[in-house]
Design a protein around this ligand. Structure first.
Ligand SMILES: NC(=O)c1ccc[n+]([C@@H]2O[C@H](COP(=O)([O-])OP(=O)(O)OC[C@H]3O[C@@H](n4cnc5c(N)ncnc54)[C@H](OP(=O)(O)O)[C@@H]3O)[C@@H](O)[C@H]2O)c1
Length: 432
């Protein structure tokens, strides 16, 4: 915990986020000092390539020889880690910083999701802060809300749209009638997607955020094993159109809930009713919905990524430390965090959207329905779209509720059929 007249900060990583934060901290020095009643200074910076051309000018004296020096320098009180990635220099830096009793602020969800429990233990032992508001949903202040504003509540469910890039792509496919590839290129050209957006598209980015929020919501340790993760990379424009016809929108949802002392965590694209709140979260926006007692339902919505929104979260964490607020990374002491039971979603019931594109042949439809009934799946709605010129049909089925394991089994059996044009599509329907 620090509360002194001058606090020195080191920023390690000067990419999209680090360079914006550096400029913000320099420009708003007086504002920060008013808010915290203390002076702060960015004493050192570091990045991988010192001679890289950057859109900001930093005095030579501020450059560290090696990023790890920030963890050893007695003058440094706060290290802001903005390198990224769960391993490599980010991991080395944050472990060394906490071991050397430096306060750490990070935007690194991958690192916190993987090593957050170990890091929190070191921070607690050494009486320093490990803050990671910026790691989850950028400018949406969900970490502080869970740790402070909603602390009175017993939370039963936390869910929402946690990835701006994939939400932007789904919205563009829907509203601008774009193919996945074109929507992704649009996101890249507007700076919403990184040159390698794989973790945004395969659900991993959202999964890291959900694991962190689950641990905070249910006072548990982070669970990396029992989580079902799918991204949006298999959703195409035809699915979006079909969803619209059926009265739904497709969203990449993250959901964590506790029922009878068992927690399930899942990240997957799903169909949500057009009239629902979540269906109307468009573009790069993120939204987090928390259900708890006694508060009821709380919604927080905002920009989920980008330098401005992320800097808003980073500065909030930096100010907490400047003000001398001692906080445990996961709100309660390590020993009081619970080992709760997590279970897979295989026993959970969903109704689902299935799309089976098949060769135009006799007997195909009855074989599909037979395969479904063998797996105890019943049909709520069926639409057959024949594409005569291309000699195939697209069969769209909405199932009644069934166990997730049976839905998956059916898809597996259907995917073996010789009459298929492509793998069947399976998207769960969420009643939210
Ligand atoms: N971008 C977003 O919208 C966003 C939103 C929320 C959270 N985040 C998180 O914020 C963090 C930073 O993201 P970003 O978009 O700013 O990434 P970025 O643009 O790729 O920047 C990474 C920075 O790390 C530096 N770096 C790499 N290896 C290093 C090393 N060995 N020693 C010192 N510096 C090293 C790079 O140096 P060079 O400049 O010399 O290459 C670069 O400045 C990540 O954890 C990310 O998940 C990002």
């Amino acid at each position: 915990m620090i509360k002194k007249n001058k606090t020195n900060i080191a920023i390690v990583g000067l990419g999209n986020i680090g360079s914006y934060l550096y400029k913000y901290l320099i420009k708003n020095k007086n504002y920060l000092s008013k808010k915290s009643n203390t002076l702060s200074d960015v004493l050192y910076v570091s990045a991988k390539n010192k001679s890289k051309k950057r859109k900001l000018s930093i005095p030579k004296r501020k450059w560290l020889k090696n990023y790890i020096d920030a963890t050893r320098d007695k003058k440094i009180d706060i290290i802001v880690e903005l390198i990224g990635g769960a391993e490599g220099p980010a991991k080395k830096l944050v472990f060394a910083a906490l071991k050397n009793k430096k306060n750490v602020v990070t935007a690194n969800k991958a690192l916190i999701a993987k090593y957050g429990d170990k890091l929190a233990k070191i921070a607690e032992k050494n009486n320093v802060n490990l803050e990671f508001e910026a790691a989850v949903c950028g400018g949406v202040p969900i970490i502080k809300s869970l740790k402070e504003g909603l602390i009175a509540n017993s939370i039963s469910k936390i869910y929402g749209v946690f990835n701006g890039t994939s939400n932007f792509i789904l919205t563009s496919m829907d509203k601008n009638n774009l193919e996945f590839k074109d929507a992704l290129n649009r996101a890249k050209s507007l700076g919403y997607a990184e040159s390698n957006p794989s973790s945004d598209l395969n659900g991993e980015d959202v999964a890291s955020k959900l694991k962190i929020l689950t641990a905070l919501s249910f006072n548990s340790y982070i669970n990396n094993k029992d989580i079902s993760v799918e991204g949006i990379n298999k959703v195409d424009r035809v699915d979006i159109k079909n969803a619209n016809l059926l009265g739904y929108k497709i969203k990449l949802l993250a959901v964590s809930e506790i029922k009878k002392n068992k927690v399930t965590q899942r990240v997957n694209p799903c169909l949500v009713k057009k009239s629902s709140y979540i269906a109307n979260i468009n573009g790069v926006l993120n939204a987090v919905i928390i259900e708890g007692k006694p508060v009821g339902e709380t919604v927080i919505q905002g920009e989920g990524a980008g330098p401005q929104a992320t800097t808003s979260a980073l500065v909030s964490d930096i100010l907490s430390i400047l003000k001398g607020e001692k906080k445990l990374p996961f709100m309660i002491p390590d020993k009081k965090r619970k080992k709760i039971y997590f279970e897979s979603i295989s026993n959970k019931k969903f109704s689902a959207y299935l799309r089976v594109d098949v060769k135009d042949k006799r007997g195909v439809l009855s074989d599909i329905t037979k395969t479904m009934s063998k797996n105890k799946l019943s049909i709520k709605r069926l639409i057959q779209n024949p594409y005569k010129s291309k000699k195939y049909s697209s069969i769209v089925i909405v199932t009644h509720q069934a166990k997730d394991s049976l839905l998956n089994k059916t898809v597996f059996h259907l995917s073996k059929k010789k009459y298929l044009i492509q793998k069947p599509k399976f998207i769960r329907i969420e009643n939210i």
